[in-house]
Design a protein around this ligand. Structure first.
Ligand SMILES: [Zn+2]
Length: 414
């Protein structure tokens, strides 16, 4: 099956040289081609160039998508979500609007454990039904690959239920789904005051099972005061690596704990959040080549401190952004909204937020060799946007500008 995208007013390739990550000023080089076209064969990009270089006669047996002088860019990669959940937490949102903090709500049994109650009661079928509505809305808004974490089950059976659902969604839905095991998201109520026993359950029971059934590519830990400290995180992630999982870490969200240094020492693929990362942490991520995944929607939604995006980029760390879509700390899966917040609150430029949502986000999932830019040889995951230029995307926020989605070389009816 061949496809040609023609009459593209502005093609945002993001990368033209096949590099797998971008850092520093490279993040601002988007490989723009004005008046462009793209050719695709069997879901893979085979040619990228200017319209006048394309011989229309060569398009026999090719489906043609006339982009009508719109902008085309890679589909967004949302590399950090918790989108498989049940129930919702608007009551906590209302409390926060009255000044109750996220930590106080968690201490009252709300927060993550509130969602855990609902997820334990839900069947796999119910969880998938819930997730499908988010996945299709995300696709319509330009996200073509999404990472989903477990972590609302917190017992072996419920964590497996979540991971099976995530893997089934990957097979059944158009969206590409990357599964992450997050058994260490919180200490479940039945292990209250016995955290060490829960850590042992994760390392000795859950990780071996998840690995043997190939239910996850990544293992993640919520490394934070009151959840799992640096030592717990090291034990869990070291075991995960021994069982063949790649590692990620929720680090430095509410406080500086040394999570970034831990991520670096373990060779993590990404360290996520980083609102309270220190200078030492930044240097550690840089040296170890860990992707820093920033989550602008969380700081916005909780009215918390933002991660120091400028410092990270200027130091040379590979920076990605993601939604962290979840019912407690970011009830939004809009990548363009995250881009706007990153520009207005974190000092990133429109070029940097585009790179951070595509190529660098793919790198946060070990997928930048095949995703994240419109480069020959990569998967044809692209979006057509009804905007005059790419800067307009983060500028005109709260609106869906996506008019067409191409996933694996197929034009979707959204
Ligand atoms: Zn998260």
């Amino acid at each position: 099956m061949n496809l040609a995208l023609i009459n593209i007013k502005q093609l945002v390739a993001v990368s033209t040289d096949g590099n797998r990550i971008k850092a520093k000023e490279d993040m601002r080089e988007l490989g723009i081609i004005e008046n462009a076209a793209v050719l695709i064969e069997n879901g893979v990009i085979t040619w990228v160039g200017r319209m006048e270089e394309l011989s229309m006669g060569s398009l026999k047996d090719t489906e043609v998508l006339d982009c009508l002088d719109n902008v085309v860019m890679p589909g967004f990669v949302d590399s950090h979500t918790h989108l498989l959940f049940a129930g919702s937490r608007e009551d906590e949102f209302a409390l926060r609007s009255q000044g109750v903090t996220y930590r106080e709500i968690a201490a009252r049994g709300g927060g993550i454990l509130n969602t855990v109650k609902h997820v334990r009661q839900a069947t796999k079928k119910e969880l998938k039904k819930n997730a499908r509505q988010w996945l299709s809305a995300m696709l319509q808004q330009g996200t073509t690959t999404v990472e989903i974490k477990s972590g609302y089950g917190l017992d072996t059976q419920s964590e497996i239920k979540m991971l099976e659902a995530i893997n089934e969604l990957n097979k059944e839905e158009v969206m590409a789904v990357v599964p992450t095991f997050l058994g260490a998201h919180a200490v479940p109520p039945e292990f209250k005051d016995q955290k060490a026993d829960y850590v042992e359950t994760i390392t000795n029971t859950m990780i071996p099972y998840v690995s043997s059934k190939k239910l996850a590519l990544f293992c993640d830990v919520f490394c934070e005061q009151g959840y799992f400290d640096v030592e717990d995180s090291r034990v869990i992630l070291t075991q995960a690596k021994q069982f063949g999982l790649h590692v990620k870490l929720h680090a430095e969200e509410f406080s500086s704990s040394g999570g970034a240094e831990l991520a670096a020492s373990l060779g993590a693929v990404s360290a996520d959040h980083l609102e309270h990362i220190t200078e030492k942490g930044i240097q550690a991520l840089l040296k170890a080549g860990v992707v820093a995944t920033l989550l602008p929607g969380v700081s916005f939604f909780l009215n918390h401190q933002y991660a120091p995006a400028r410092k990270l980029i200027d130091a040379g760390v590979t920076v990605a952004i993601a939604t962290d879509f979840n019912p407690g700390s970011c009830m939004s899966y809009s990548m363009p909204l995250m881009m706007t917040i990153a520009c207005t609150h974190m000092g990133m430029t429109p070029e940097e937020v585009i790179t951070a949502s595509t190529l660098n986000a793919a790198a946060a999932l070990n997928l930048s060799h095949e995703l994240g830019s419109i480069t020959v040889g990569k998967k044809a995951d692209m979006i057509v946007l009804d905007i005059p230029n790419y800067t307009y995307l983060p500028y005109h926020f709260g609106e869906n500008h996506v008019v067409k989605v191409v996933k694996d070389g197929v034009v979707l009816e959204c």
